[in-house]
Design a binder for this molecule. Structure first.
Ligand SMILES: NC(=O)C1=CN([C@@H]2O[C@H](COP(=O)(O)OP(=O)(O)OC[C@H]3O[C@@H](n4cnc5c(N)ncnc54)[C@H](OP(=O)(O)O)[C@@H]3O)[C@@H](O)[C@H]2O)C=CC1
Ligand SMILES: O=C(CO)COP(=O)(O)O
Length: 345
């Protein structure tokens, strides 16, 4: 059994710690708030994040140096905007080489960097090739209850991905591997934009037809952006692509869907984020993807519409009207070309 530190004691960090503790590992859950570590260690609950009892062998730490002392693997699960800060701290205190896994889903506005790239940039002894991503349709609320869940791990070095697979795999948490880290990271990040859209659609009172259209056409534009950055288009048909799109667009557990739902009901972005109390990654990722799509002339009308609702205060109904009245086109056009090109390689 291994000694593993999980950095980030929100809902996902807590749920992944439970999986690791169930597998018999010595798990240290690090939080940047001392009072939260004390509550977890006395009540064995992380009340504001996950309504579930935490195994007693799972210990929360506030001191990062203590949390990572002598561990063989570190799982980073803070919101994407905190990745660089946490890695900078880690870089000054890590005394030995470990397996680094991350489970965060977002990309950085301006740079469009993926999380493994940010980790590689902030940690001297590591490159993005060393990092493993864990992603897939996996709401913390269900993982914490040991309900059947499947995810995918990926790294440039397949041995690292297999190490992560061995750490997490159990009878209710099935872990696949994939060689396509670019696609796995982008699938997990970009689906949050579409989940905001699905929430907006439900908030407006539209039905299943509209949501199915958003998921399907959303998948098309995510695939377009992903492949332009080097992802394999087939990855978007797997768990971290269509799988994660389905789970986030159709579940009340999703923070992105819930935020979108409030926007669709007429609330403003600031008030929505104030009441969420948890990270809504899709907001920053919409900004990043929209900037990139405009610059590279990649067709992403749904992302662009959601950007206008979030940042230009455009009325969601007007955005839907614009989307529905775009120029007539063939459904498959460039996607068919993408898939054909990939198959013929
Ligand atoms: N929740 C889920 O089901 C899933 C989430 N994810 C991804 O995991 C990542 C984390 O999400 P989730 O756990 O839901 O988020 P939460 O909002 O539930 O928790 C985020 C945690 O990170 C902490 N944090 C924020 N900034 C820092 C910082 N600078 N240093 C240290 N800790 C910090 C927060 O602390 P504080 O309490 O002080 O705010 C909080 O404990 C996201 O990228 C998300 O997309 C992926 C799959 C499933
Ligand atoms: O990524 C997730 C499930 O796979 C969680 O999505 P939310 O952040 O929208 O809750």
């Amino acid at each position: 059994m291994s000694k593993v530190a999980v950095l980030g004691a929100g809902s996902w960090g807590t749920a992944l710690s439970i999986v690791l503790a169930d597998n018999g590992h010595d798990v240290r859950l690090w939080t940047h708030r001392k009072e939260q570590a004390d509550v977890i260690n006395t009540k064995h609950k992380n009340e504001n994040y996950l309504d579930i009892m935490i195994p007693e062998q799972l210990i929360a730490f506030h001191d990062l140096e203590e949390a990572v002392d002598d561990v063989s693997a570190i799982v980073i699960v803070v919101p994407t905007k905190a990745i660089r800060d946490v890695c900078k701290q880690l870089d000054t205190i890590l005394k030995h080489k470990v397996t680094i896994i991350h489970a965060s889903k977002g990309i950085e506005p301006e740079s469009l960097k993926r999380v493994s790239q940010m980790i590689g940039e902030e940690m001297n002894e590591y490159t993005q090739e060393d990092v493993v991503v864990l992603s897939g349709p996996s709401h913390a609320e269900e993982v914490g209850k040991r309900q059947p869940t499947t995810v995918t791990v990926s790294s440039k070095d397949i041995k690292n991905a297999e190490l992560a697979q061995d750490l997490f795999f159990n009878e209710s948490f099935r872990v696949y591997t994939s060689p396509d880290i670019v696609g796995i990271e982008l699938g997990g990040a970009l689906k949050n934009i579409i989940a905001l859209g699905a929430g907006i659609s439900d908030g407006l009172g539209y039905g299943d037809n509209a949501k199915a259209a958003l998921i399907t056409r959303g998948l098309a534009e995510i695939t377009r952006l992903g492949t332009s950055l080097g992802a394999n288009p087939l990855t978007f048909l797997g768990l971290p692509g269509v799988g994660d799109l389905i789970v986030t667009c159709t579940s009340v557990h999703s923070r992105n869907w819930r935020a979108g739902n409030l926007l669709g009901k007429g609330q403003k972005l600031e008030e929505v984020l104030d009441q969420m109390g948890m990270v809504v990654e899709g907001v920053r990722t919409t900004k990043a993807a929209n900037q990139f799509a405009l610059k590279q002339q990649i067709e992403m009308p749904i992302t662009n519409g959601i950007y206008k609702i979030l940042f230009d205060d455009m009325n969601p109904r007007d955005v839907v009207e614009q989307l529905m009245n775009r120029t007539k086109k063939e459904e498959m056009d460039d996607l068919a070309t993408l898939l054909r090109t990939n198959y013929s390689k």
